[in-house]
Design a binder for this molecule. Structure first.
Ligand code: ZN
Length: 448
């Protein structure tokens, strides 16, 4: 039985699926689509390698990008094609795979079921093949044949689903979703298309001989891991990608959250890596400023303070946070905070942004996370507290600009107490980040 779905030549309204494998009609155990593609529906598919093909006994990765336009959205989708060669997909993300011989069918995952008209959707995979990789060219979406590399016609309306429709800044050559690496892959930038930047400066594992270890600098255990989880969950929840910058060097090779001298201890190769790390952060913030007009940078760390709380650093000191609301909400504190731009935009008050119910701390607090500042812990008292280091001060809006920042010091008890706890925490943090950015910046990030 062919797994290809086909439409008849007559694209009348009230379309029927023709052919032997009519999902939704035959009552098979395949997912049912309660959708009918109406007259004039169009789709466009591009197939691009996500890594360099290694021919011969081949392996590689690919991303399939689907654009769709019609008078109704799709609630459930299946993309089908036939590989021309011996390609066999070994793992696939952002969809559910079935492959029989050359015939491939990818059905939506639970979280990307809906495809609005004018929207674009992607999934990716790793595959193996013999000889030379030849890309497939004929794709179908729910049985509708797509027109290869041509854009859908009529052109999609300006994508209201993109929070960042503005121009790419001059000289920015990165492509969302494709990692860029510095020298020796010490530093990684995974460019995004959301008004959100994430970094992990203290979670690396590379310890090359060319950079001597600095004494006393210990890894923020689990910080790279939960940064990647938050990245992954944001992609699943929004259908778009945050920017992610990772220092893969151990913290005692490159501090990456201090100035250049302290970070590198004068080592030439650490210096190159420091320059790359900060060039990537500059690129990400300039992209967000230009394409989104505003946004937020989250610098992710872990802490082991005895209080067991998550600490949110906005360059507001413990002493300042320990003040009553009225004394906290003064210009000298607002203007030095890393959320200066957000606080001056005429929305929520400074105190609300720092520790109200809709602050990041308020949202985490409501999700059962112990966090300071928050409605429950307005200030740290004399407890342990990191109020924000070099990165959030450099790239947040205290020096101007429209990108704000928060240093998130997640406690070990949330991040390093097993995979289940880490995933549960990362999920709550992702929810809080989406809610915070939507509430205070006015973006609509959740496309589900
Ligand atoms: Zn740290």
């Amino acid at each position: 039985m062919s797994t290809r779905l086909r439409f008849g030549t007559s694209l009348a309204a009230g379309m029927l699926f023709l052919g032997a494998s009519c999902v939704g009609i035959m009552g098979s155990d395949e997912p049912e689509f309660d959708v009918e593609l109406l007259e004039g529906a169009r789709c466009s598919v591009t197939y691009s390698p996500s890594t360099a093909w290694s021919n011969g006994d081949g392996t590689g990765g690919a991303v399939v990008s689907v654009s769709f336009s019609a008078s109704v959205p799709l609630n459930g989708w299946a993309v089908t094609w036939a590989f021309p060669g011996t390609q066999k997909i070994s793992s696939l993300w952002d969809g559910q795979l079935s492959q029989v011989g050359h015939e491939v069918k990818v059905v939506n995952a639970s979280w990307n079921r809906s495809l609005a008209s004018g929207a674009r959707m992607e999934f990716g995979f790793v595959l193996r093949f013999q000889g030379e990789h030849v890309a497939p060219t004929q794709f179908s979406l729910n049985g509708l044949e797509c027109n290869g590399s041509q854009p859908p016609s009529p052109p999609s309306p300006p994508s209201s689903s993109s929070p960042c429709p503005g121009p790419v800044p001059d000289g920015y050559t990165f492509i969302a979703g494709q990692s860029d690496f510095g020298r020796n892959s010490y530093i990684e930038y995974l460019p995004g298309d959301l008004p959100i930047i994430i970094s992990a400066p203290h979670g690396g594992y590379l310890a090359p001989d060319e950079i001597p270890a600095q004494p006393g600098a210990v890894r923020d255990g689990g910080s790279q891991e939960y940064a990647r989880l938050v990245y992954e969950y944001l992609v699943k929840r929004t259908g778009k990608r945050p920017h992610l910058v990772i220092n893969h060097l151990t913290r005692n090779r490159l501090q990456a959250n201090s100035n250049r001298d302290v970070s590198t201890a004068g080592n030439k190769y650490a210096g190159i890596a420091w320059d790359e790390y900060h060039a990537y952060l500059r690129a990400a913030t300039s992209w967000v400023a230009s394409a989104c007009g505003k946004g937020h940078y989250f610098d992710l760390h872990t802490n082991g303070h005895a209080e067991g709380w998550v600490e949110l650093g906005m360059a507001i000191s413990s002493a300042q946070l320990n003040l009553a609301d009225q004394a906290l909400d003064v210009q000298s504190i607002r203007d030095n905070a890393t959320i200066r731009s957000l606080a001056s935009r005429g929305g929520a008050s400074f105190v609300e942004l720092v520790r109200g119910p809709t602050s990041l701390g308020g949202l985490l607090d409501a999700a059962g996370i112990k966090v300071v500042p928050s409605p429950t812990f307005a200030g740290p008292g004399d407890g342990g507290f990191f109020n924000g280091g070099f990165n959030v001060r450099q790239y947040g809006s205290r020096n101007g600009g429209v990108v704000d920042s928060t240093q998130i010091e997640s406690h070990f008890s949330y991040v390093n107490a097993g995979r289940q706890a880490r995933e549960a925490y990362a999920d709550k943090l992702t929810t809080a980040i989406i809610s915070f950015v939507e509430t205070h910046y006015g973006f609509n990030l959740d496309i589900r």
